[in-house]
Write a new protein. Structure first.
Length: 159
């Protein structure tokens, strides 16, 4: 999956176009494409391209620069595939049966799987305006936070 970029000012504001359905943040397929657009738009000169990641999407959604359904769609198409790819890469890595890393690998795969499932549920809940699904996603995310703490403890034991 390719990275995507949006334009952000140093103070954290996002460059957005005011359209009839609300503010829309232009997304660029590369840093170069964003810089080219910036060169031809005086309003963009105080903005710089930033990689859009999970935190950036949450920031865009909370600032209402993107709509809730758009946030849900972007999580599904831009973030979840990255989590899946990380999970697939770790899963494909073989360890000897007696490896001291086996418990860490298992815990990490479980964490990634649950994180991806929680993101998918949040995405669907927002897109479908489904409070029950949002609550399920929140519970899953909370459980996974506890899993992350156990994962950190395992990392400290192994290393």
């Amino acid at each position: 999956m390719n990275s995507v970029y949006a334009m952000q000012r140093a103070n954290g504001d996002w460059f957005a176009l005011d359209q009839s359905e609300g503010f829309r943040v232009p997304i660029f397929s590369s840093n170069r494409e964003a810089m080219q657009a910036r060169a031809f738009n005086l309003e963009m000169l105080v903005f710089k391209p930033v990689l859009v990641d999970e935190r950036a999407l949450e920031n865009l959604e909370s600032s209402k620069a993107i709509t809730d359904p758009e946030w849900g769609s972007r999580v599904a198409t831009e973030l979840i595939p990255k989590w899946q790819a990380a999970e697939d890469q770790i899963s494909a890595t073989q360890l000897p049966a007696d490896s001291r890393l086996a418990p860490l690998r298992g815990a990490l795969l479980e964490y990634l799987d649950q994180k991806r499932r929680a993101l998918r549920l949040f995405s669907e809940a927002v897109r479908d305006n489904d409070p029950a699904k949002a609550e399920s996603a929140r519970r899953l995310a909370d459980e996974n936070s506890a899993r992350a703490a156990k994962l950190r403890a395992l990392i400290q034991q192994v290393y």
